[in-house]
Structure formats: structure tokens, C-alpha cells
Design a protein around this ligand. Structure first.
Ligand code: UDP
Length: 342
């Protein structure tokens, strides 16, 4: 019998790409989402890409303990990948209680249900935000975490600790992997799923594609006076399909008992620093479009430079990012055009 993976927040940007890769790898998947920050577009796209019209969807809220328990009772869940969380940094500063309540409560309920069913493999979607402004780049998993600059970032650090402590107390019954994502961008090559920000995008690539398509007037590049080669920030942009595949490697590692410790941490990045300006130039070049952009003041809370040392994920999990920035930016543009019906 196939193993079953529950994907909480599985209708969102990362969750939908992960669902596609899990199905391709032969896992049974249960998608659960409350559609608080996405519509059905990506879920329908996943069904089209995979031909799985029967893909189970549970519309539910993980903040509701009863609903979470009922879900675990309904399916034989071998692993859960937890994405269901709010993710807008600025909004979290304005509404910290909403962020702490949602992001912590939902994860607590998932872990409680996982523990109560006698154990489970739990994969938590963490973020490079836990490294703050690092003293040294690239960052390895041993790089000390720093206090986050937003409630959103704090919830990532806290959930990491909650999972670690739960694993420790469970004496091997609950196993955990923390994947620390760098900057996931792009879309599925089919252009049937991708990022669907509500309102004005906070992230760079959706802002670029929306500007290119004419939905936004002008991209602001936040800061050109950083101590970097071209003055703009450096990030590790990772293709969303590459990132999704890392989840399959991690889940399989847990299922096959290949973990070295009951709670492991992996950076999911390319190891390749790219500046904001380089990304903008690459987008224009590879897609043959002219982008309206200007330099603007720094955005509060941005770190100057961060990129991954992905050696551990490469050697231990056997996973490696393969796609070029150009391929990824092509996919992002194809998705934006698909949305616009072009
Ligand atoms: N950025 C920008 N203009 C935008 C959005 C982002 O110049 O409209 C910059 C931002 O300052 C940072 C980089 O792009 O240096 C990546 O930002 P994003 O919000 O995508 O991800 P973050 O690294 O903050 O998680």
C-alpha cells in the first residue's frame, strides 16, 4: 500500500508544487486547506497536471483541534508536511496576535494529533529568516539563529523549537525534519500552478511579473546602497520545483528510516547569491521584456545578504537544486501570462 502524506496548506504556492512532486513519487496525498490566503486555482492545476481528479481535499482549519483530530482519524497519515500558516512579514508586525495565534495553534494541533496517533513523520516548512542578518555567508545549518525581526519570523523559530521538543519527548515516535527555505520563486513548467499573491505583492518576483504584465506601474528596488557589489541585496533564489522535490527527499528519508537524528535540519537553497538588480536584468533578458523600475529607499527589516550552504542537503539527502535562474524566471513569466489569459 502507498504511504499517505498529509499536506497542510496544500492548496497554496509551495504546497501545490509539493503535492505534484509527492504524487509523481508514488505517495498518496491528502490536501488540507482553509483557503484563507488562496483560491482553488492551484488545487485545480494540481489535478490537471497529475491527472488525479480523485485527489482528496479537506477544507478545514488546523486551528480547530476537533477538525484536526478528525482528519487524523479519517486517513492513515504516515507523514505530515505543515505549510498552513500566515506569511506576510509586514502584516505580522501590524497584527502579531493574529500571527502567533494562527501559526502556533495550527502547528500545536498537528503535533498533538501526530503524537496521539502513536507517532508520525513531521516536516516543518521553516525559513532562512531564522538566521536573521548572518555574521558570515553562506549559512550552514550550524549558523546560529538570531532573533527574528518580525512576529512572522518569530513563529518560524518557535515552531522549530516546538517540533524539536516534541520529537525529543516522544522517544522516537515523532520524527521531524526542518527545511529552511531560502527564496522560492518561479512556477511549474506547465504554467498551471504558481504564486497567486492577494493584493499588492510583498515578494520580489511576483512584483516583477505583475509590473511586466501591466498590473503594477513600476517596481521599486529597495535600497542601492548596501555593502554588496552592485549595492542591492543578495539572496538565494530557488526554483519552486527544485524546492518541492526537496520535500520528497525529506519525506522518503523519514519513511525509510534513514535519519541520523530524530530531528534534522536542512537548508534548502542553491548556494548561489543573486542581487536584486541581477534578477531584474535576468528577467528582462530571458523574457525579452522591458521592466519599469526605479531605486527606492531600503525596506525596513531587510537583511543585506544571505545565501545557503546547501552541502548537507546535497550530501545527506541526495537532493540538489538543478534549475538556472533564467529557467525559473521564464516559468514565472509564463505563469503570469497564463493568469492574464495570454
Ligand atoms: N525587493 C524589492 N522590491 C520589491 C520586493 C522585494 O527590491 O518590491 C527586494 C527586497 O528588498 C529583498 C529582495 O527583493 O532584497 C527579496 O525580497 P522578498 O520580499 O522577495 O524576500 P525576502 O528575502 O524578504 O524574504
Amino acid at each position: 500500500m502507498n504511504k499517505t502524506v498529509l499536506v497542510s496548506g496544500g492548496a497554496g504556492f509551495i504546497g501545490s508544487h509539493v503535492t505534484v512532486e509527492l504524487l509523481a513519487a508514488g505517495y498518496d496525498v491528502v490536501v488540507a486547506d482553509n483557503f484563507s490566503n488562496c483560491d482553488r486555482t492551484c488545487f485545480e492545476g494540481v489535478k490537471k497536471i497529475t491527472g488525479r481528479e480523485d485527489l482528496p481535499l479537506e477544507v478545514m482549519d488546523f486551528c480547530d483541534e476537533k477538525q484536526t483530530r478528525a482528519l487524523f482519524a479519517k486517513y492513515p497519515i504516515d507523514a505530515v508536511i505543515h505549510f498552513a500558516a500566515y506569511k506576510a512579514v509586514g502584516e505580522s508586525v501590524a497584527q502579531p496576535l493574529m500571527y502567533y495565534r494562527n501559526n502556533l495553534q495550527s502547528f500545536l494541533n498537528v503535533l498533538q494529533a501526530a503524537q496521539d496517533q502513536g507517532g508520525c513523520n513531521v516536516l516543518f516548512s521553516s525559513s532562512a529568516t531564522v538566521y536573521g542578518e548572518p555574521d558570515k555567508v553562506p549559512v550552514t545549518e550550524e549558523t546560529p539563529r538570531k532573533s527574528a525581526t518580525s512576529p512572522y519570523g518569530n513563529t518560524k523559530t518557535m515552531c522549530e523549537d516546538i517540533l524539536r521538543d516534541t520529537v525529543k519527548a516522544s522517544e522516537g515516535k515523532v520524527r521531524g525534519i526542518l527545511l529552511r527555505y531560502f527564496n522560492p520563486i518561479g512556477a511549474h513548467p506547465s504554467a498551471l500552478i504558481g504564486e497567486l499573491p492577494r493584493g499588492v505583492p510583498n515578494n520580489l518576483v511576483p512584483f516583477i511579473t505583475q509590473t511586466a504584465i501591466g498590473k503594477r506601474e513600476c517596481l521599486s528596488i529597495f535600497g542601492n546602497d548596501y555593502p554588496t557589489p552592485d549595492g542591492t541585496c543578495l539572496r538565494d533564489y530557488i526554483d519552486i520545483v527544485d524546492l518541492a522535490k526537496a520535500h520528497v527527499f525529506a519525506v522518503t528519508r523519514m519513511m525509510e528510516g534513514k535519519m541520523k537524528k530524530d530531528c534534522e535540519v536542512f537548508n534548502v537553497g542553491t548556494g548561489r547569491p543573486v542581487s536584486v538588480l541581477e534578477l531584474v536584468n535576468a528577467f528582462e533578458k530571458v523574457n525579452g521584456v522591458k521592466l519599469n523600475w526605479k531605486f527606492a529607499p531600503r525596506r525596513p527589516g531587510d537583511v543585506t545578504a544571505i545565501w545557503a550552504d546547501p552541502t548537507l542537503a546535497n550530501t545527506e539527502m541526495g537532493w540538489k537544486a538543478t534549475r538556472t535562474v533564467e529557467e525559473t524566471l521564464k516559468a514565472a513569466w509564463a505563469w503570469e501570462k497564463h493568469l492574464a489569459g495570454k
